[in-house]
Write a protein that binds this ligand. Structure first.
Ligand code: NAD
Ligand code: WQD
Length: 336
């Protein structure tokens, strides 16, 4: 089975390419390298001992995308390509709407033209906004508080409309909680450009000595220790969730939506402790005001994915932190 992976040189896409190749799929990557490095392709080859094809193409370039579909006969598409920085999306919303929404619409046009109608889409727990209760099930009301989140929500609606217009499609919408960690080899991981926005990559920079201390955004939340609680999921578990989803799409399912998380919430202070243990480094921090837009707690009800995909995350926070640290130590400047 041949799978097109858009955004396949990115953080989650690269880990999913490894799991796809190791599960016997043939893989073709399309990425414009706006937030990743072509070096990832060689790393994936080194890890798996298998080859994969790479096209440096932008999803906004519909003719180029169409040509790839002319040359390759895909059975399914995993669509990771997109811009993902919440703060940046507030500054340059048009870039986010253009890249994420137009990119996805182009992809769907080309898929439809070539009769490729199986799609796995990277959505986000951000579509739950500020949930009224926890844990979060897939049927919770959805909303978004920033342009990035709105692109995810709009794409979900676009995909549902597409299915309503043509029931030959089978689409899995996967709502990720907080992906962290790296492949055990230390060869692929998260390599953010500039100062990281997300907690674990920021801690990694502090541990490796590139940033002086962590800002803890709020210690006065209504949580056990006052800091924000999130459902962190190891990126390899997340990648395996995609394998389960693509297997599911081999049957006629229509549009299905799954949370991919562990179901457990950990606080910022718990992550700091685990990272200290993994890295054997001090993680100095300062308590700062809450970050605008943040919620106190967020974690998934994972029972639907467990029941319908037979997916259950196996890695805990100590694995997440030690694998993140191995990647960081082995690649002090990421892929640069
Ligand atoms: P990433 O930035 O590492 O990977 C995205 C990849 O897409 C990059 O390699 C980038 O170069 C590529 N890309 C972006 N726009 C493109 C375009 N127009 N054409 C071709 N390639 C393009 O991000 P990631 O963390 O791997 O996230 C993958 C997907 O998962 C994204 O859609 C993101 O919104 C979603 N997601 C991520 C998280 C997270 O915390 N990392 C959480 C929930 C959902
Ligand atoms: C986690 C916790 C922060 C950084 C974001 C997106 C979401 C999804 C995943 C794409 C929070 C605290 C963080 C720091 C801190 N991405 N924190 N100091 O905000 O849960 O989710 O990434 O879809 O859409 O919003 O993740 O890693 O930024 O924050 O104290 O320097 O760590 O306040 O409690 P978040 P995060």
């Amino acid at each position: 089975m041949k799978v097109l992976v858009t955004g396949g040189t990115g953080y989650i896409g690269s880990h999913t390419c490894v799991q796809l190749l190791e599960s016997g799929y043939s893989v073709v990557v399309v990425d414009n390298l706006s937030n990743s490095s072509e070096k990832v392709i060689d790393r994936i080859k080194r890890i798996t001992g298998k080859s994969l094809k790479f096209y440096k193409v932008d999803l906004l370039d519909k003719p180029a995308l169409d040509e790839i579909f002319e040359n390759e006969q895909f059975d399914a598409v995993m669509h990771f390509a997109g811009l993902k920085a919440v703060g940046e999306s507030v500054m340059v919303p048009l870039d986010y709407y253009n890249n994420n929404i137009t990119g996805t619409v182009n992809l769907c046009y080309v898929m439809k033209k070539h009769n490729v109608k199986k799609l796995v889409f990277s959505s986000s727990a951000t579509v739950y906004g500020n949930p009224a209760s926890l844990p979060i099930t897939e049927d919770f009301p959805v909303s978004a508080t920033n342009p990035y989140g709105r692109t995810k929500l709009m794409i979900e609606y676009i995909l549902k409309d597409l299915y309503s217009s043509d029931n030959e499609w089978d689409i899995a919408i996967l709502r990720y909680f907080n992906p962290v960690g790296a492949h055990k080899s230390g060869l692929i991981g998260e390599s953010p450009r500039g100062i990281p926005n997300n907690l674990v990559p920021y801690i990694a920079m502090v541990a490796v000595g590139k940033l002086p201390y962590l800002n803890v955004y709020g210690a006065d939340y209504d949580t056990p220790d006052g800091s924000g609680v999130r459902d962190y999921i190891h990126v390899v578990d997340l990648a395996n969730g995609h394998i389960k989803a693509i297997e599911k799409l081999k049957n006629k399912v229509g549009v299905v939506t799954y949370n991919l998380g562990t179901g457990k919430g950990y606080s910022v202070f718990e992550i700091i402790e685990s990272y200290k243990k993994a890295s054997k480094k001090e993680i100095p921090y300062k308590i700062m005001p809450r970050r605008p837009g943040d919620i106190a707690s967020c974690y998934a009800d994972t029972s639907k994915a467990q029941r319908e995909l037979e997916f259950k995350a196996v890695y805990g926070i100590d694995d997440m932190c030690s694998d993140s640290w191995r990647w960081q130590e082995m690649n002090i400047n990421g892929y640069e």
